[in-house]
Write a protein that binds this ligand. Structure first.
Ligand code: DLL
Length: 438
């Protein structure tokens, strides 16, 4: 399968983007009271756009703008023109609501089809789609994209892990899609049943919807014997399929920038930072109809880069480090859970099932308590006598060595508690929250 637009020359792509941006702004000038007012106060208009750099004159849109216009205030079409509504899965406040016209749904399916294809999927393959079906964009988004690509889909949704594994073994799908934390749960269930990587039919896993690292990728690839790639997206922009890794390249995700124009802004000054530098990802939907967004502040931290050896000409982003909201400040050091997860890859003997609890003193965070599981196979191979005090001593020394490694790599103090394999609560489907509050 080949999507020609992914291979456009950069100057052709830029010309396409500028034309689309001009069209978008003039569309918003006509259809959106919200943007009309913003453009007026900044004295900016569609005809001011000569190149993509001019986008910086335009206002940034924030999540609170969506909340303040709940539920349909940002729609630029009549409600009768909608084909579907999705909502974000936020845990506090009102959900953010996104409407799609028929054209938007086609676009959604197209970018997911491209993403699946970049992740290794081909027409005729079976997708075991374990993203949740419902108002969350994951289940239906992957479903329609897979159908568009010409795949066969098992719409199993998330949860009931034993049944997931039964059907993976019986139906022999080539492709799995779910959150990375749920893929860990499925991998555990396979291991628990003694099913080896060579007995699993899956060739590709397409994981996203939450931050994750190479530590998790390596673990799942080894346990299930497949290629794991990252799919990124957010409901406000469209859902999954904003950015995607290539299964042979990995290491970063192409942004489908003919439809979603990316910028990285400094979190404080809100000015653009150069390629390669980290900041907040801000996205503009260049072609959406029902609820286009201009310069949407995703709150996700990453950086952009061109990979000159890459197959496609589109810009790539590094895997998301975390949401700006998930940043912990431990004695003045900024830490994302993904940095702890990344440090685990340098420590033999643990599996990446973990939770973090801030240790607070006088309402300051002075360290993190880390609950993590030990790798049962690795533990059995350790040469020590099996008696209670030898075990306790071993666990104590092991926890200390992890604390030292995290101090060295992340620069913060931690208190590590080791748990036997399988002891910590597992992700039962959607996104996992790694940070626990005392
Ligand atoms: O999570 C859409 C999605 C579904 C993406 C399935 C991938 C697969 P929301 O529920 O609106 O949409 O949450 C969006 O999730 O702003 C990020 O913080 C986070 N996120 C999504 N994908 C990734 C990823 C879906 N691959 C929010 N890596 C985003 C890191 C991700 N974070």
């Amino acid at each position: 399968m080949h999507f020609p637009v992914e291979y456009l020359q950069r100057d052709q792509l830029r010309a396409l983007q500028s034309e689309r941006l001009r069209n978008l702004v003039s569309y918003l000038e006509q259809k959106s009271d919200f943007y009309k007012a913003k453009f007026k106060s900044l004295a900016v208009r569609a005809e001011h756009i000569n190149s993509m750099e001019d986008i910086t004159q335009f206002p940034i849109t924030y999540k609170h703008d969506l909340r303040e216009h709940y539920p349909f205030g940002l729609l630029t079409v009549e409600k009768e023109a909608l084909q579907r509504i999705h909502c974000s899965t936020g845990t506090t406040g009102k959900p953010t609501v996104v409407g799609y016209t028929r054209e938007d749904i086609n676009l959604f399916s197209e970018v997911v089809a491209r993403s699946l294809n970049a992740g290794g999927a081909q027409p005729g393959m079976l997708l075991h789609n374990a993203y949740g079906y419902g108002i969350f964009t994951g289940g239906l988004g992957l479903h329609y994209g897979a159908e568009k690509l010409g795949m066969n889909v098992l719409p199993i949704s998330a949860g009931m892990t034993a049944r997931q594994v039964d059907l993976i073994m019986d139906f022999k799908p080539e492709v799995l899609s779910c959150s990375p934390s749920y893929a860990l749960t499925i991998a555990d269930e396979l291991a628990k049943r003694g099913i080896g990587a060579d007995e699993v039919s899956l060739k590709y896993a397409i994981l996203g919807s939450e931050p994750w690292t190479e530590t998790v990728r390596n673990h799942i690839e080894q346990q299930m014997g497949l290629h794991v790639t990252n799919i990124y997206g957010l409901s406000e922009i469209i859902g999954p399929g904003v950015a995607m890794e290539d299964w042979e390249e990995k290491g970063g995700s192409y942004i489908w920038e003919d439809h979603f124009f990316p910028e990285i802004l400094d979190p404080v000054t809100r000015l653009p930072v150069p390629y390669g530098e980290e900041g907040v990802l801000v996205l503009t939907t260049l072609t959406k109809k029902a609820m286009p967004l201009l310069r949407y502040w995703t709150n996700d931290i990453t950086s952009l880069y061109y990979d000159s050896d890459a197959k496609r000409s589109m810009v790539k982003m590094k895997n998301i480090k975390g949401r700006a909201d998930d940043m912990l400040i431990v004695r003045g050091v900024n830490v994302y859970p993904s940095q702890i997860e990344a440090a685990f890859s340098h420590i033999k003997g643990i599996v990446p099932h973990y939770y973090l609890t801030p240790i607070e003193k006088e309402s300051m965070c002075i360290g993190l308590e880390i609950d993590v599981e030990i790798d049962g196979v690795w533990l059995k191979a350790q040469p020590f006598e099996i008696n209670h005090s030898a075990y306790m001593d071993f666990f104590h020394r092991f926890a200390e060595s992890i604390e030292k490694e995290i101090k060295r790599r992340v620069g913060i103090t931690t208190k590590v508690k080791i748990h036997p394999e399988g002891a910590l609560p597992k992700c039962e489907g959607g996104k996992i929250n790694r940070i626990l509050k005392k």
